[in-house]
Design a protein around this ligand. Structure first.
Ligand SMILES: CC(C)(COP(=O)(O)OP(=O)(O)OC[C@H]1O[C@@H](n2cnc3c(N)ncnc32)[C@H](O)[C@@H]1OP(=O)(O)O)[C@@H](O)C(=O)NCCC(=O)NCCS
Length: 150
């Protein structure tokens, strides 16, 4: 099988339907880890939520298979990768490019709220080049990614 081509690029309005379709096919576990609830209804409001602020899209051979964004005063990070494409470096590529962009834009800290059970996201953040601070918030962990420090 030929290697598949990954592209990471900014979100555009035409991506709304492919993003909705990506969210619709997520497993309960991925929905839970992304939204801290498995009972998420995929509608326009949730597409608005996940694409608010600075948003990057990952496309594999033209199919939207992931997205990452940060938004709001706290620069809250959100990311999700299609279940069938996880563990192939897509989350890493999305996160790295998003955080490099944030750093270039002068952002000093990005926050990620992660369930304690989310080993994939914790591992991903630890594999990046930026120092992390962890703050316990009951069932979740707030991770502060310290940009502009390397
Ligand atoms: C977290 C998530 C985005 C990772 O995306 P991914 O494309 O699978 O990640 P990568 O393949 O780039 O892997 C990044 C690192 O995490 C590790 N990793 C990935 N999945 C893992 C798992 N299930 N368990 C343990 N480690 C895992 C990889 O081994 C890699 O570490 P390495 O570089 O040391 O080998 C993806 O699992 C996901 O969409 N989860 C549901 C949504 C979510 O949890 N979002 C985060 C909260 S907003």
């Amino acid at each position: 099988m030929p290697p598949r081509e990954l592209a990471v690029r900014p979100f555009r309005a035409a991506d709304r339907d492919p993003v909705a379709s990506l969210l619709s096919r997520l497993s309960g576990e991925s929905l839970y880890q992304r939204f801290h609830s498995a009972g998420v209804r995929v509608d326009g409001a949730i597409v608005d939520l996940v694409t608010a602020g600075q948003t990057l899209i990952a496309e594999l051979d033209g199919e939207v298979v992931g997205l990452a964004s940060y938004n709001g005063a706290r620069c809250e990070l959100g990311i999700v990768v299609d279940d069938k494409c996880q563990r192939h470096g897509i989350g890493n590529a999305l996160c790295r490019e998003l955080l490099r962009g944030a750093e270039c834009a002068g952002v000093s800290k990005v926050m990620a709220t992660i369930m304690h059970s989310n080993h994939a996201m914790l591992r991903l953040l630890q594999s990046l080049e930026w120092p992390l601070l962890h703050v316990n918030r009951g069932p979740s962990l707030e991770v502060i990614i310290q940009l502009q420090s390397v």
